[in-house]
Structures are given as C-alpha cells and as structure tokens.
Write a protein that binds this ligand. Structure first.
Ligand code: F0G
Length: 458
C-alpha cells in the first residue's frame, strides 16, 4: 500500500478554540452589525479572515525570539536578516519595516509623485491605496483569464504584455516610476505569475527604462507553482527558482506576515544604492532607524529564520497541498470556486453560489455571514463592499468578481478543520435556492468602508 501524505511537522503548543452554538452565533453576528471584522476572535471557531500574521512559528523561530539583539543600532539580529535576504533573494540592500504597507509607504515616498501611472497585476488594496493617496494611478494589466473563475489557467496572476506595453507607449517614461508584479496575485485569487511572464515583463520594463518591483508577500508560494506547473523548472529547488525570480527585478516590498511566517514584519529589498539612500530617509522618519525599522530585534531574527523555512519545498508542499485539499473537496460538491486554487486561499464565487440574492444586497458578504452562522467559520468578502464607492459619483463600484475568500493560516489547522469547512459550505450549497435576501448598509466610512461598515438584513 502507498503511504498517504502526512505533514512534515508535529504540534508542540496548542490553543483551544470554542465550539459555539448556532443560537449564540446568530446573536453575536447581529451584535457585530453583520460585519465579521467586528467579531471578538473567541467567537470564531475557525478563522479564515486572513493568512497574514496568523501562521504558527516553529520552535527555531521562537528560539530566535530569545536570541534577539535589542541594540538600537547595528543589532546582530538585523545583520542575520540582512545576510539571509542577500542569500535567499540575492538583494544587496534592505530596509526593515513594521509590515508590508509600511514598506510600500517608504518606497513609494521615494519614487511616486502626483499624476504618475503605476501598472501591475491587480495591485493589492494597500498598494493601490498608497498609490492613490499620492494622487497617482494604479493600472491593472492582469490577463483577462483571471476574471473567469471556471477557466483553468496555470498562471492567472500573469501580466498581459500588450496591456503593459500600451501603458508604456501612452505615457512618458517620467510618469511611470515603476511597474509592480504581485507574486502571488492576491486579488485574482492567490494566483501565481510564471517565470516566463516575469522574464518578459522585466525585459519590457528594461526596454522602456522603467523600474520593475515585486510585491513579494507570497513569493515562495509563487516559486512552488513555478516548480510544479512550469516546464523546465521541475528539477530546480525552490531556492534556485526564488533567486531566478528576483534576478529579473530591481527591488521588492515584502509583507513578512505571509511567506516569512511571522506575526509582524516587513521589508524593502533593493539592488540600487541610490534608491536605497533615498528610501532610507523616509524609513528613518516613518519606521525607525535603519537597523530595526519599527520592529524589535527578536522579530528580525524570527523573520530571518522564517524566510529559510518558508522557502523549503516540504513546507510549501504541505501548505499549498492543504489549500488544494480544501478546494478539491468543495469542487467535488459542485461548489463554484476560482480555478485552479491558488497559494493561500480558496475563493468561492458568490455570484454563482447565491444567484438569487441581488448584487446590490452584497452576495459575497451574505455568503460569509451564512457560513459564520452555520459553522463559526470566518471568511472575508472580496466583492462590492471591499470595492467601495466611486469617489466622484459615490455610486457602488461593482467588481467583475464577487468572492468569499477562505484564507488558510500557515501550519495552524488540520485537514479535519478543512473537512468541517467543506461540510458547512455544503449545507449552505444544498439550501442555496432558498437564500434570496441579502443585506443593506446602515452606516459606512468614506474610505475603506469594509472594515467598519454596519449592515442589517433586507
Ligand atoms: N501586498 C499583498 C499582496 C498583500 O496581500 C498584503 C496584505 C499587503 C501587500 C500588505 O501587507 O498587511 O503586512 O501591511 N494582505 C493581507 C490579506 C492583509 O489579508 O490579504 P501588510
């Protein structure tokens, strides 16, 4: 008999979670004004709100916490991290920041000015926010296949080279400070970018003299997909693939809360000393001195260790295998999801799941609330609430996709938890025809409304 798959780690510390009743959850979610961000975490059984900062650190990472050097300047933990970034990413310059959006804030302060254009593949919300805040524009150049959930494409995070070149031709070089490749592309479903696409985008950027940068939050998961889906890479190690990926770009912003498996942290990696010097000034102003950047020495050490573990094949196989396991079980029930499953989450297509709920009543949010009441599982809406209003007309912006994201924290849940999620969604799937009403907004903030919006049943 073939031996079945089993995770390459065992559990040393456990955190009890409370199995609430349906009656309790109905009261709690009403009290939370039907906004899952308002729930106290002990009222959530399985928390799939995000994979960011929610991973389980290894005992090696915890020992780094003890070894942390808290010197204000020249900390040994900083040097440990600097050496690791140079070794794994091949980038000679780096600045620590407290998380990914802080890295964006610092780097964009050095590069972006009002009126600029920043092309890329479906920029993440904070990335777009930091671009628009500077009165510049984020231009989405993702391939069209990304918007068709049932169509299989191995690299739905890819940039459409024609769309990108059209941007390069339309605007003068001075107005395009950088192009951002998000690996993997969160917004399109944790979808990877192929090495070929990275190489071609990089060449196009070089041709037009434009800087090319990774949003590298999930770079290791991207490398795993290159190894398992792209021709000529199956025999390369994850580390070799990562080195090649980074060889094509001029720098990166990183949210270490994802693929470096820490609870807080980020950084900027750069190849060019002049840009590093310019960004350093903003780092000192916004984050902290150059050798700690808003983090404790112990955080820097755990981050360095996390980068090593996060780029191990066995770890990635377990991690992405669990996401694929959940996706397959949902697919077997006929539940519509973004195909194929990406690196960090399963994205359920709420438009197809709840066709009887009008779009104006927030289909993905309705599904997220149903799932919470059914099971205590907390996912997150990636749909109309998140897309917010058009700043000029104040009308709702309806995105192409209306998704419920089930983000899986790293090394935290077992496949029994996955089975529980499948059963819960399966129950809702069976009675989906009867769900015909959604929610309406009672109050909302002028920007980033999804975090604090209050809703009531229609
Ligand atoms: N870039 C990407 C692709 C992200 O997914 C995130 C965060 C950031 C940048 C910002 O990093 O949170 O450390 O400031 N994504 C989280 C999520 C919040 O739930 O997807 P941060």
């Amino acid at each position: 008999m073939d031996l079945p798959y089993a995770e390459p780690y065992k559990i040393k510390v456990v955190e009890p979670i409370y199995r609430s009743s349906r009656d309790e959850r109905e009261i709690w979610i009403k009290e939370a004004r039907y906004n899952l961000f308002n729930l106290r975490s002990d009222r959530v059984f399985i928390d799939l709100l995000t994979d960011s900062g929610t991973g389980a650190m290894s005992h090696y990472q915890w020992s780094e916490m003890m070894l942390g050097d808290e010197s204000y300047a020249g900390s040994l933990s900083f040097h440990k991290l600097k050496d690791t970034i140079e070794e794994i990413l091949g980038m000679p310059y780096f600045l620590p920041t407290h998380q990914g959006r802080a890295a964006e804030n610092v780097l964009f302060s050095a590069l972006i000015k009002a009126g600029d254009m920043v092309p890329g593949n479906s920029h993440f919300d904070t990335t777009k926010g930091h671009i628009e805040f500077r009165r510049a524009r984020a231009i989405d150049c993702t391939i069209d296949e990304a918007c068709n959930t049932h169509e299989y494409h191995p690299f739905k995070g890819n940039i459409d080279l024609e769309k990108l070149e059209a941007v390069f031709q339309k605007y003068p070089k001075e107005k395009i400070p950088l192009c951002i490749i998000t690996v993997t592309c969160n917004t399109s479903g944790g979808q990877p970018v192929s090495m070929q696409n990275i190489r071609e985008v990089s060449a196009l950027c070089k041709k037009y003299g434009i800087m090319c940068v990774f949003d590298a939050a999930r770079f290791a998961e991207n490398a795993y997909f290159i190894k398992t889906r792209e021709k000529d890479y199956e025999d390369k190690t994850i580390r070799e693939i990562v080195r090649e990926m980074f060889s094509y770009v001029d720098g990166a912003t990183m949210s270490s809360k994802k693929d470096a498996i820490v609870n807080i942290g980020g950084f900027i990696a750069l190849r060019d000393k002049a840009i590093f010097d310019k960004a350093s000034v903003f780092n000192i102003m916004y984050e902290g001195y150059l050798t700690y950047g808003g983090l404790a020495g112990r955080d820097l050490g755990a981050l360095a260790q996390g980068l090593k573990e996060g780029t191990g094949f066995d770890y990635l196989e377990a991690r992405i295998g669990q996401v694929a396991y959940l996706g397959k079980k949902l697919r077997d029930l006929g539940i519509p999801i973004q195909e194929p499953t990406g690196g960090h989450a399963v994205f359920v297509d709420a438009k197809k799941f709840l066709p009887n709920v009008p779009r104006e009543e927030y289909q993905a949010q309705t599904l997220a609330i149903e799932l919470y009441i059914e099971s205590g599982v907390r996912g997150v809406e990636i749909g109309t609430l998140l897309a917010d209003r058009n700043p000029l007309t104040r009308q709702n912006r309806y995105p192409k996709l209306e998704l419920l994201r089930l983000a899986i924290p790293r090394r935290v849940y077992t496949n029994n938890h996955m089975d529980y999620i499948v059963a819960a969604l399966g129950n809702i799937w069976q009675r989906r025809e009867k769900i015909t009403k959604g929610f309406k907004i009672v109050s909302e903030a002028p920007i980033m409304r999804h975090f604090t919006v209050e809703l009531e049943r229609v």
